[in-house]
Design a protein around this ligand. Structure first.
Ligand SMILES: [Ca+2]
Ligand SMILES: [Cu+2]
Length: 391
């Protein structure tokens, strides 16, 4: 059964912490993927997609990265960029603008797909967070002191699922469209009765941050830092609002750039972009770096802890190099709940509500939360051995 009331929602708050974020930020966020492959190893000179005329025959010991292109990954040349946004629709935590310098890295062209995640689960027997009964002793650490223990029939394996309400609802009450759904997990993203049959090339969803990290470790990769994610998402464009430029998405785009919500959130989705929910990872055109779904489709976990003032701290340090985020999470909207950053927005994002498909938009979600619009992709350092091509 689904929890319908806000009160009941609060009770299971530890695993649904993201929903607060959405509510408080005016976002429904709780929440992508590929292109052509470089043919040469990355070098200190940068972009491996461009053969280096003078050093393609250098001995391997001069190379700084894998000598073969990791399958399904793209090389993001290092560089300096301006992180954050000050556009009128930018949220407070996207400010101030600050300079970031990054070492080059590999990043998955697409979000991790159902087929890829299945390989991981088949190989390891891994059980995801959503498939486990919540541990009240852990949950209560993330809740205000004195929060009563939920009834046993709510403390079951479950996850958050979006349901479109029948009509317009107040946008400050996310419980109108998020339900705590027993039986919802990565194989059943919308709960019992739903499945991922025929969706091998869709992004895996209903994965917690812990699940994403477990997958990444198995694949010999990592989750991207927030700075890596934003740099990669910008696709080589400088100071743009979207990976395609400045043009705001509309409900009638002849050629939509990404999978978001058209119509009236959350009760009427026209699906004008072709998808009412998530889309296959190659459904929309990639960005300038050949990366798919760096806006819309599903949110993507990053490695960083979330703090709203993270950029204030970074800006005070001058140009920051390969930042990994704050040492500890703090979200004043939910001070007891640690949260990691999510990026990219999802098929639920709409300009009226959160426009989180902007390259600088940030969201935050507790590590044990999973939803049917959150997935992830991985990165790999340049000096890592190329992982199994299929992972
Ligand atoms: Ca859509
Ligand atoms: Cu959104």
């Amino acid at each position: 059964m689904l929890i319908k009331s806000f009160a009941a929602f609060v009770i299971v708050a530890a695993v649904v912490a993201t929903a607060w974020a959405l509510k408080a930020r005016g976002s429904h966020a709780v929440a992508a993927t590929g292109a052509a492959a470089p043919t040469t190893a990355p070098s200190a000179a940068g972009d491996p997609a461009k053969p280096l005329p003078c050093c393609t025959n250098l001995p391997k010991r001069f190379a700084t990265g894998p000598t073969t292109m990791p399958a399904g990954m793209r090389w993001i040349p290092g560089g300096e960029f301006t992180m954050g946004s000050t556009t009128p629709d930018a949220r407070a935590d996207e400010r101030p603008l600050h300079k970031v310098k990054l070492t080059g890295f590999w990043i998955d062209e697409t979000d991790v797909t159902n087929a890829q995640f299945r390989k991981f689960v088949d190989a390891t027997g891994y059980v995801t967070t959503a498939e486990k009964k919540p541990d009240w002793d852990e949950m209560k650490k993330q809740l205000p002191p004195g929060t009563p223990k939920p009834p046993e029939d709510k403390l079951v394996a479950a996850s958050l699922v979006f349901h479109s309400p029948a009509g317009p609802v107040p946008l400050d009450d996310f419980s109108q469209w998020w339900s705590w759904a027993p039986g919802a997990d990565w194989r059943h993203p919308e709960g019992p009765g739903s499945s991922i049959d025929g969706k091998d090339d869709y992004p895996v969803v209903q994965v917690s941050w812990d699940d994403a990290v477990a997958y990444a470790k198995w694949a010999g990769k990592q989750l991207p830092t927030e700075a890596q994610w934003e740099f990669a998402a910008r696709g080589g464009l400088k100071d743009r609002k979207y990976f395609w430029g400045e043009e705001d998405p509309t409900d009638n785009d002849a050629s939509p750039h990404c999978n978001i919500w058209q119509g009236h959130f959350p009760d009427r989705n026209t699906g004008q972009d072709g998808y009412l929910a998530s889309s296959p990872v190659h459904a929309f055109k990639p960005n300038g770096y050949g990366l798919y779904d760096m806006a819309g489709n599903v949110w993507q976990w990053c490695s960083d802890w979330y703090r709203p003032d993270a950029y204030v701290t970074d800006a005070a340090r001058g140009t920051v190099i390969d930042p990994t985020g704050p040492e500890q999470s703090y979200d004043p909207e939910e001070p007891y709940t640690p949260k990691h950053v999510t990026r990219g927005g999802s098929f639920l994002c709409n300009a009226s509500y959160c426009s989180s498909y902007r390259v600088a938009a940030r969201m935050k979600t507790s590590p044990d939360s999973a939803t049917n619009h959150t997935g992830f992709r991985c990165v790999m350092a340049a000096n890592t051995a190329a992982p199994d091509a299929k992972k």
